[in-house]
Write a protein that binds this ligand. Sequence first.
Ligand SMILES: CC(C)(COP(=O)(O)OP(=O)(O)OC[C@H]1O[C@@H](n2cnc3c(N)ncnc32)[C@H](O)[C@@H]1OP(=O)(O)O)[C@@H](O)C(=O)NCCC(=O)NCCS
Length: 174
Amino acid sequence: MRLETERLYFRHWTLEDKDALFAMAKDPDIGYRCGWPAHKSVEDSINTINTVFTGKENYAICLKSTDEPIGCIDLMFNQKKDDECELGYWLGREYWGQGIMPEACRELIRHAFEDLKVSKVWCAYYEGNEQSKRVQEKLGFVFQERKENVKVALLNEVRNDYVNLLTREDWEKK
Ligand SMILES: CC(C)(COP(=O)(O)OP(=O)(O)OC[C@H]1O[C@@H](n2cnc3c(N)ncnc32)[C@H](O)[C@@H]1OP(=O)(O)O)[C@@H](O)C(=O)NCCC(=O)NCCS
């Protein structure tokens, strides 16, 4: 099954993407907002492809016009509640501000509800990440909770986390 939109398609990451990943993930403003340190070398990117980008629903977002990966999108499942998942995403800086992530998320959310039959998709952002907040608003996510002093383990700091939810019912109404 091919997951695609007008401008994009998704596929799994491979080690051939290491240089493209490094070119994006070395930007400190991307990882910082997601809670991971910027990649310092291609070795970090290889390690990420081998150990982090391994989930069944973790994808490289590729531009149809170039076939290049331009970001990452992921559905993470909680083993205790397999009809719920959490959406995560980031995009290389040069692609920000073109509505690409809302377009990508709409397709992965459709996939979650229609193909994977989940009942709830969760999504969160750290306080201050107005761009991600806006993406979640545009997708119809509904605010649930502000979690204070959440540990960001990979960066060794604490932050406030805003947790949003899209239920199947809300998604069907849209
Ligand atoms: C969050 C992110 C995925 C948004 O993706 P995107 O495709 O740029 O989203 P949009 O084009 O819909 O832009 C969202 C909002 O960001 C703002 N924005 C757009 N381009 C911007 C730029 N270059 N600089 C600052 N803000 C910008 C706008 O307010 C826009 O809202 P609007 O459409 O109502 O005007 C992207 O900014 C990103 O990868 N950020 C770093 C990683 C990250 O934060 N991941 C999410 C962690 S929860």
